[in-house]
Ligand binder design. Structure first.
Ligand code: NAD
Length: 297
């Protein structure tokens, strides 16, 4: 199937990036959100993103002007999807919000339209029924800062048509992603299935008092040759998300994680230190200590 018209639903952190990246690679994009003022905000963000693309990807002014010209905006689901070959859903990570959204979308989207969810933690099989077209529904999961963290994890549910899966693999490559197919449903896809236990292991060492964050990061960086250890990564992700993940692990039986989560809350979150976004977490930004070549010497 030939994809030309893409509707991105949700103009927040990820939706905005997906819309821009898709338009940058030559597709027609309609961006949908609940209210016109949210779309106006996204529009402003696109001008800033243009500067980032010029800096990081050597994009020309013409490239970024063309990208912006290919994006249109709508606060009506019906209007936004009327010509869509593909809808990419990036609305809040909430089961009921997504179920309601798909129930509505199923009624107003053309029969040809493929639906993809960018959900980070929810599985496509949770919404397959509501889409009214389970064979044309799957997950296409991007990472934050999509233009440089260009993974696209592609994951169907048991009812996804293989031909549709392949179409989305090709689409992901066409918008500059490395397409990474998953053969079955997995909470957390590949990346988070690897990364979350790793980050929690770092928190575990710290909260038990085994070693301080810098020592833990150094150990990892020296041997793995990675530019960041678990604590620098936690800073980047942001502590509200990290706290929620640690509490989920605690509720699932990992009691040490409750200690880790409380430590994070008392020492950082309650003091307004949320990581890179607030200029301080385990490290101070800009120019965090781990970027100093002497850090691992
Ligand atoms: P966000 O809160 O920044 O944006 C969500 C947007 O959806 C808002 O602008 C909201 O107004 C809009 N929206 C559209 N329809 C809505 C409806 N019916 N009800 C409520 N809001 C509606 O969220 P985000 O961080 O962009 O995340 C969106 C999705 O992408 C989630 O499923 C999340 O798991 C996933 N995701 C996020 C990240 C990340 O780093 N933020 C990374 C990968 C995947």
């Amino acid at each position: 199937m030939n994809i030309q018209n893409v509707t991105v639903c949700g103009s927040g952190v990820l939706g905005g990036q997906i819309a821009y990246q898709t338009a940058f690679h030559g597709f027609n994009v309609v961006l949908y959100d609940l209210k016109q003022e949210l779309l106006e905000k996204a529009k402003e963000k696109f001008h800033q993103l243009g500067e980032v693309y010029k800096e990081d990807l050597n994009a020309t002014q013409q490239d970024v002007d063309n990208a912006i010209a290919r994006i249109s905006y709508s606060a009506s689901v019906t209007e936004s999807v009327k010509d869509a070959d593909l809808v990419i859903e990036a609305i809040p990570e909430n089961i009921q919000i997504k179920k309601n959204f798909y129930t509505h979308l199923a009624q107003v989207a053309p029969a040809k339209t493929i639906f993809c969810t960018n959900s980070s933690t929810l599985l496509p099989s949770m919404f397959a029924q509501e889409t009214g077209r389970p064979e044309r529904f799957l997950a296409l999961h991007f990472a934050n800062q999509i233009w440089k963290n260009n993974t696209a994890e592609i994951m169907g549910h048991p009812g996804t048509d293989q031909a549709i899966f392949n179409t989305i693999m090709n689409f992901a490559m066409a918008i500059g992603m490395i397409a990474l197919p998953l053969q079955k449903e997995q909470p957390g896809y590949i990346l988070n299935s690897l990364q979350i236990p790793f980050l929690l292991a770092g928190m575990d060492l710290y909260s038990k008092g085994v070693a301080d964050p810098y020592t833990i990061d150094k150990t990892w960086m020296i041997v793995s040759k990675s530019p960041m250890g678990p604590f620098a990564t936690l800073d980047l992700i942001g502590f509200e998300t990290v706290y929620n993940i640690a509490m989920l692990a605690a509720d699932a039986g990992n009691e040490q994680m409750r200690t880790g989560a409380s430590l994070l809350k008392e020492k950082f979150i309650d003091k307004g230190k949320l990581g890179v976004s607030t200029g301080e977490g385990f490290y101070k930004y800009p120019n965090p200590a781990y970027e100093n070549p002497g850090f691992i010497k």
